[in-house]
Design a protein around this ligand. Structure first.
Ligand SMILES: CC(C)(COP(=O)(O)OP(=O)(O)OC[C@H]1O[C@@H](n2cnc3c(N)ncnc32)[C@H](O)[C@@H]1OP(=O)(O)O)[C@@H](O)C(=O)NCCC(=O)NCCS
Length: 187
């Protein structure tokens, strides 16, 4: 698959290239990103270079579609659909993201995620998108709830990262859901 560009009111989402490595490496110095995602820590330039290269390969094979989101040319987030599985009933994938620390709290994540979710349901024909987070990641859970995900439970030690295992909050969004936010018992 060729990488796709998505545009929203304030953002341009495109697959990152080599010229984007420095900004990615800088964003990934924030400890909240390795705390809550599988991103390595310390995060070196070679990690950023490897990530950008892998994103190109994932797009080509259609296994994961990852974008960086830019506001006026400045990197504000990375977001994507991971572990895409095709199926005759419609496929499924997992939504993953981080927002660069200085850009947080501006609604960029929700804005970018809506575009990615719309694209995944419409263009990939997904039936379901999964969300999971380390227990206690309230900002991410609030974002997922706002996007219309329904909370589906806690899975013990279900999440792995370079730092070990964590209990995980799980949620899902179906193509047929109306996306009106619903109550989450953990929030
Ligand atoms: C989770 C993350 C992407 C949210 O980014 P953001 O820029 O704050 O997102 P938005 O501005 O779109 O806001 C999303 C929601 O989070 C809430 N939020 C933001 N910061 C918060 C905080 N510190 N505490 C509680 N809620 C917070 C916002 O109020 C909003 O909720 P609402 O829709 O109910 O009002 C960001 O905190 C981040 O990158 N964290 C580190 C990496 C990470 O956790 N990735 C997700 C792994 S599952």
């Amino acid at each position: 698959m060729e990488p796709v560009i998505l545009t929203t009111e304030r953002l341009v989402l495109r697959a990152p290239g080599e010229a984007d490595v420095d900004a990615i490496v800088q964003a990934c110095q924030d400890p909240e990103i390795p705390r809550y995602t599988p991103v390595p820590s310390p995060y070196r330039r070679e990690d950023g270079e490897g990530y950008v290269k892998l994103i190109g390969e994932w797009w080509a094979e259609g296994s994961q579609t990852i974008w960086c989101a830019y506001r006026d040319g400045e990197l504000v987030a990375s977001i994507g659909l991971h572990r895409i599985v095709e199926h005759v009933t419609g496929g499924h994938a997992e939504l993953g993201y981080w927002v660069a620390a200085p850009a947080r709290g501006n609604g960029y994540l929700v804005e970018a995620a809506r575009a990615v979710i719309d694209w995944g349901f419409a263009e990939l024909g997904l039936a379901r998108i999964r969300w999971q987070a380390v227990v206690g990641n309230v900002p991410s859970a609030r974002a997922a709830r706002t996007l219309g995900f329904r909370y589906e439970g806690l899975q013990r030690q279900a999440l792995t990262s370079p730092r070990g295992r964590d209990d995980g909050w799980m949620a899902g969004l179906l193509a047929t859901d109306d996306r009106t936010p619903v109550e989450w018992p953990i929030l």
